[in-house]
Write a protein that binds this ligand. Sequence first.
Ligand code: AMP
Length: 443
Amino acid sequence: MAIITTKPKGTQDLLPADSHKWQFVESVVTEEAKKSGFSMLRTPMFEHTELFLRGVGDTTDIVNKEMYTFLDKGDRSITLRPEGTAGALRAAIENGLVHEALPVRIYYLGPCFRYEKPQAGRFRQFHQFGVELLGPAGYAADCETMSLGVRILRRLGLQNVSLQINSIGCKNCRADYQAALVAYFDQHKDQLCETCIERLGKNPMRILDCKCPTCQALAKDAPTNLEYLCDDCKTEFEHVKSQLQALQIPYVINERIVRGLDYYTRTVFEFVTGELGAQSAVGGGGRYNGLVADLGGPDLPGVGFAMGMERLVMLMEKQNAPFPEKEVCEVCFIPMGEQAVQKSAVLAARLREEGFAAEYDLMGRSVKAQMKYANRIGAKYTLVLGDNELAAGQANLKDMAGGEETAVPLTEEGLLEVLYQKNIDRMFGDIAEAAEQMNSQGE
Ligand code: AMP
């Protein structure tokens, strides 16, 4: 196929037939974030490469292998953002949000880019929804963000997604753990990939989330960090668990979660499903206490998470979770001739002002072809407008489901009155039907 009609590998088109699904998920995540006090932040899709080297970490797979980095025409090294946190914090620091009332609560939603091997659920351009909560140092904030994630999954109707938690400790206890990791991996050095041999000297924890099968196999038996936590980190993790219990949020402890980014401290977590093949994480996040300072801001602790929009939609489809219906055309006008098109345009405009979806033919098609179109888009009503109807100032509104026709005056208010009445009748009909169903279930 010609290259200009083929999308780049690992990217996707969101087609009109599916766009309502995305709009639904977007509206749920933003509504839930707003209910918890988060406000939207939109940052550029590209940043100075240095930000990610510092913010994500130069020993991570993301930075080592997956970034879309290029020189712009001014010879600046630019990178398409591979995740949202670094840019969000850069913006919070640059714009002084970190000096305003604390905590800072921001959410973002937008595309991210990683040069990964595409497979089901893994793309080179994907979309993340994420939140960052800056200021609070304690476990309550960790649980506040996790509970937002859980609420979102519930509202989307998703099932069997487990919240997996771990603590990867702080600067103080990490040294001991890293020493234990080095001792372990050193014995198996000959089986590590080249990148991991380098990591062994620089940042051994990153070996735990290397994607090479041999490194992954070795990582399975590596020492886990919970046993190396200092007393403060242990107590904090106990608090996290009891707060989750108080919130009635089920969780599983998974000591293998270390997260693929360098900035995490203490609590880390993932939302995991067994239903998306190899790509089991629908979201993940954790606490990052040194990151704001590392990026040139004040010493402000933070916690956040990101969810993959593609994976949320895929999982909903897989589980047949209900998406709301696509916006349905209330009235499809079927005009014949220029005057009728004009009348349709005027009536459709008024209907739209009142919140009804309306369409009319712009193709100059026959009545038969227009009716076929109205059927295809699932219009609730059609209204044929020809010279006779225009002269009489009246036309027949046809119910496309039942077939019955109602004479309506061809005035804006006249048509609206009939539509309102029909909507009320339909609503009462639905209520009566639901009541009957409930009665028959009770019998
Ligand atoms: P991460 O910070 O890498 O854990 O990413 C957070 C979430 O973004 C993951 O749990 C996924 O749902 C999603 N995600 C990450 N990388 C990709 C990708 N390449 N394609 C699709 N979704 C992704």
